[in-house]
Design a protein around this ligand. Structure first.
Ligand SMILES: C[S@@+](CC[C@H](N)C(=O)[O-])C[C@H]1O[C@@H](n2cnc3c(N)ncnc32)[C@H](O)[C@@H]1O
Length: 315
């Protein structure tokens, strides 16, 4: 079974790892994973680019080369270099050992150029060969430069909008696939809707505030997206239950955003209306979740500043 590697940024590491695993399992429920520090290895029939293009916190990704001989590539691995005219070598050291990285990269490059037709090109290589060190295992991998997925535009912003990365990670953690529909009943500027549509997931938004409703619509229009937004109280979502597969939302905190009532009461009311058989990811101010009868399968705390930590609840 092919193996892929994902080196993650260290911000929000737990959620970043879970996101990779959740995406792999969305497309292949038999996918297996292991992780070392900020490296996740996925064994699955899913192509590594498919996971990397959806994931939020990936810095480097590629495919693992299966056979190794000693420190350098075994002959079989030169297959990957067959159609490459140029290559570069990169060392990723996630171990506690110290290495002379530039020297090691350059001797790896010399060795490979002697054994293959490909030439070193550090600026624009056809292929990058990685040697990844961890305290437990070392890996050889490779990647071919790929265009980064296009980010949706946000033509109108608002101070209380959600960081797109957190909206995206919530969508991915609950395992939504292309063609499914997500509902955000507190959609604000439409961050969830934009992230969903940029991944091929349909979206429905609701916001009671005229201004936020207009901002959401403008942001969707600027991207040519088709998600529908309603100006209504969040409870409107109970009338659309047959139109969506999941709820992903960021509740009012009672700090910057408007709320129709006390945010703690509002969240209680909202949770009591949640559908039973749908995938749910909600974000609220840490502490609010204690009074809820929600039994999340997983929670993540996201520190923002000293008076605001947010909690993501996954069900
Ligand atoms: C924290 S903000 C959501 C921000 C949004 N995720 C974004 O990225 O812009 C909460 C939103 O809930 C909306 N809201 C508050 N009370 C509401 C209610 N009763 N029904 C619908 N929306 C409500 C506010 O207008 C605000 O836009």
């Amino acid at each position: 079974m092919p193996e892929s590697f994902f080196v993650l940024s260290k911000d929000h590491l737990e959620i970043a790892k879970d996101e990779i695993i959740a995406i792999a399992k969305t497309y292949d429920r038999f996918a297996k994973s292991k992780s070392f520090s900020n490296l996740v290895i996925i064994q699955s029939k899913i192509n590594c680019d498919k996971i990397a293009q959806r994931a939020t916190f990936v810095k480097i990704s590629g495919q693992i080369l299966r056979k190794m001989s000693g420190l350098f590539l075994g002959e079989d691995n030169f297959e990957v270099l067959k159609n490459a005219k140029t290559f570069a070598c990169r060392i990723i050291n996630l171990s506690s050992k110290q290495f002379e990285i530039p020297e090691l990269e350059s001797s790896m490059g010399d060795m490979i150029s002697k054994l293959s037709q490909a030439q070193v090109d550090l600026k624009n290589p056809d292929i990058i060969i990685y040697l990844i060190f961890t305290n437990q295992e070392n890996f050889f991998g490779f990647s071919r430069p790929d265009e980064l997925p296009k980010r949706p535009k946000k033509v109108r912003k608002h101070p209380h909008e959600l960081d797109w990365k957190l909206a995206r990670v919530m969508i991915n953690l609950i395992g939504l696939k292309e063609g499914e529909t997500v509902c955000d009943p507190f959609c604000g500027t439409g961050t969830t809707l934009l992230e969903a549509e940029s991944m091929g997931i349909k979206a429905i938004g609701v916001d009671f505030d005229e201004k936020m409703y207009e901002i959401s619509k403008e942001n969707l229009k600027a991207n040519g997206f088709k998600s529908k937004v309603s100006k209504a109280d969040f409870s409107e979502f109970t009338k659309m239950q047959d139109k969506f597969d999941a709820i992903v939302t960021d509740l009012p905190y009672g700090i910057a955003s408007k709320a129709s009532e006390d945010p703690q009461e509002l969240i209680k009311k909202f949770v009591s209306m949640l559908p039973r058989r749908k995938k749910i990811a909600i974000m609220c101010k840490k502490g609010f979740e204690k009074k809820l009868n929600m039994n999340p399968s997983k929670t993540y705390d996201i520190y923002r500043h000293k008076s605001l930590t947010r909690t993501i609840l996954i069900k």
